[in-house]
Design a protein around this ligand. Structure first.
Ligand SMILES: [Zn+2]
Length: 181
């Protein structure tokens, strides 16, 4: 099943996700439906709030062709299997800085330059309930930080500079207005 993606102005996006306890069929179905929704929207990642849920779940699928370092042209994370389904993810370590373009399915047509850590270590439970840790870099590290932000109720707009907010004010206002209908 595909969900409709919630957009800026929908109050669910500001909610802090609730940790998943028991991994039952409804959680597994939610993860599958989130993957379907992400693929059909051509997103690299999706968090529960973006489909109107508040369970601490996010999904990521970064195509190999995009997992390439700008400078070395080598794969950044060749050993990481896609898709990644993370329950209760927490970023434990952040290292370095990367500056790059970032978009969000909940902010259609808005792309802004955002500073993020270059490498992160994220701890989570996988869908079988096992504890997992991933150390990732590059665009994948950016995507992990973006999705974990969502689960904390932190949005792209909250990462924008005052100038970026100003230059996207029209689009932001329209999204908010569309959510009031
Ligand atoms: Zn997003």
């Amino acid at each position: 099943m595909k969900f409709e993606i919630t957009t800026y102005g929908n109050p669910v996006l500001k909610k802090k996700a609730v940790p998943v306890g028991k991994i039952d069929d409804s959680i597994k179905q939610l993860a599958r439906d989130m993957l379907d929704t992400m693929y059909s929207s051509n997103g690299l990642g999706l968090a529960a709030e973006q489909v109107g849920h508040t369970e601490s779940i996010c999904v990521i699928d970064l195509p190999a062709s995009m997992d390439v370092d700008d400078v070395t042209k080598q794969r950044s994370n060749p050993d990481v299997k896609m898709p990644i389904i993370m329950l209760n993810p927490v970023i434990d370590k952040m290292e370095g800085v990367q500056v790059g373009q970032e978009g969000c399915l909940s902010f259609p047509e808005i792309f802004v330059t955002i500073k993020r850590a270059a490498k992160v270590e994220v701890r989570f439970k996988d869908l079988s309930g096992k504890d997992a840790v991933l150390a990732v870099s590059g665009l994948l590290a950016r995507t992990v930080q973006h999705e974990v932000d969502h689960l904390n109720g932190m949005l792209l707009v909250n990462r924008m500079s005052p100038v970026q907010k100003l230059s996207n004010a029209g689009k932001l206002k329209k999204l908010k207005k569309d959510n009031k209908k």
